[in-house]
Ligand binder design. Structure first.
Ligand SMILES: [Zn+2]
Length: 267
């Protein structure tokens, strides 16, 4: 599933072709399972910019409306000079200079065309974005402590607290923090909160810089590339821990998600 680094990569690429004046649009006959609102009166409208909160892309139109797009498991936006004809293309915009298409084989993505109020309300369901300046150590700690009896990694995945995390980011934060993913939040030490907070940036800074991280069957960016972020991961999808370089990584299932940790580096 695309997480913050992957969605940001796509966002940055989309912004290179903004503004984008929609001269026509087309939808697949199964797009209704992804697009939950009417996509009306788009002809002639201009997408001014693509913003982002967590994993939600926010296409701002020149009439004040917003297209919110969550990529789900396998969704991406593709940019092309030519019409995109590949399978699983569910929405396509044409301009005088090229095409933008939403492609999603498994169709777990979601899309909404909203006015300003509706858009703000939807985005308010999300916590602070990991790259926002308001995502501070204090916010991180306070947010975790709202659920003292929860497992650390499960809460790290909570989008209403931490917008942009996902399964690999949460596993990696635990690794950099030196804390096992199944530890209860109420048992964390003060120094561990700080190490975990610093861990957020040890995960997302290099993966953002590498254009995202792709795993089996997953992500492509808006140019069809997969990104090199996997090489920066220390436990997720790793056989041997990349922090100590000598311990076999353990895989467990926590909150129904595959979770990886190093029994030597994480307490
Ligand atoms: Zn280790």
């Amino acid at each position: 599933m695309p997480e913050l680094p992957e969605v940001k990569t796509i966002q940055d690429q989309l912004n290179k072709v903004m503004p984008f004046k929609i001269t026509s649009s087309a939808m697949s006959n199964v797009a209704g399972s992804i697009i939950h609102t009417k996509m009306d009166k788009l002809k002639g409208k201009v997408i001014l910019a693509v913003n982002r909160k967590g994993k939600m892309l926010d296409f701002l139109l020149d009439d004040g409306r917003h297209i919110l797009s969550h990529l789900g498991m396998t969704g991406t936006w593709l940019i092309s000079k030519d019409k995109i004809t590949e399978k699983h293309t569910h929405l396509q915009f044409k301009s005088d200079t090229g095409y933008l298409a939403y492609v999603d084989p498994r169709r777990f993505g979601h899309m909404y065309l909203y006015n300003e109020d509706q858009s703000q309300k939807k985005l308010a369901e999300l916590g602070i974005d990991l790259l926002d300046k308001d995502f501070t150590l204090e916010y991180f700690k306070t947010s975790l402590l709202r659920y003292p009896n929860r497992h650390l990694k499960v809460t790290l995945l909570d989008q209403s607290l931490f917008a942009g995390t996902g399964n690999y980011i949460a596993s990696e934060i635990c690794a950099h923090g030196g804390v096992r993913p199944e530890r209860l939040i109420k048992d964390l030490k003060k120094s561990e909160f700080k190490k975990l907070y610093d861990g957020v940036f040890k995960v997302i800074n290099p993966t953002v810089a590498s254009g995202g991280a792709a795993f089996a069957g997953g992500y492509r960016d808006a140019t069809g590339e997969k990104g090199d972020g996997v090489q920066h991961l220390v436990v997720f999808y790793q056989k041997e821990c990349q922090l100590c370089n000598k311990t076999k990584v353990v895989k467990i299932v926590l909150g129904q998600r595959g979770t990886y940790y190093c029994p030597r580096c994480q307490k």
